[in-house]
Design a binder for this molecule. Structure first.
Ligand code: NI
Length: 157
């Protein structure tokens, strides 16, 4: 495993749409292992492949000490609403409120290509939404209720 550099807001790669993972091979496993190590090194709750400069639909998440890998994830159901402060390793120290579903069901593949579904509540639901947004080039500051404050303080988009 190796720690990779985390891409920062302003870098073009964070604004691009990631491509589906097709090969469930050693390159993918290396990427996932590196993403896991990079996330823990930076005390993150989640990390998406574009944050290490790779435009593939893969994310790692650790909420409540439960490590999860989601490959080619798709949200298939949401319920309710929850507003909390959010942050992102690619944005820096700014944290701002974002409205997310209270509950999310996601369908994804594991690192071997096997499909599964997972339902998460509250912070897990939030983290799933946040990381999946990265795969479409969306950052939490785009949808933050505190976006004006962020921009006024010189935050970049
Ligand atoms: Ni993020």
């Amino acid at each position: 495993m190796a720690i990779r550099n985390v891409t920062m807001i302003g870098e073009a790669v964070l604004r691009k749409k990631s491509k589906p993972v097709k090969d469930f091979d050693e390159d993918l496993w290396q990427l996932l292992d590196d993403m896991k190590e990079t996330m823990y090194q930076n005390d993150g709750m989640g990390l998406a492949a574009p944050q290490v400069g790779v435009l593939r639909r893969a994310v790692v998440i650790d909420v409540n000490n439960a490590f999860i890998e989601l490959i080619n994830p798709v949200i298939i159901k949401t319920k309710g609403e929850d507003i909390e402060d959010e942050g992102c390793l690619s944005v820096g120290k700014f944290r701002g409120r974002v409205s997310r579903p209270m509950e999310v069901t996601v369908r994804a593949q594991d690192r071997y290509g096997f499909e599964f579904t997972l339902t998460g509540e509250k912070w897990l639901a939030r983290c799933i939404c946040h990381e999946l947004d990265h795969l479409d080039g969306i950052l939490f500051v785009d949808k933050s209720l505190d976006k004006d404050k962020y921009l006024k303080n010189g935050g970049r988009i």
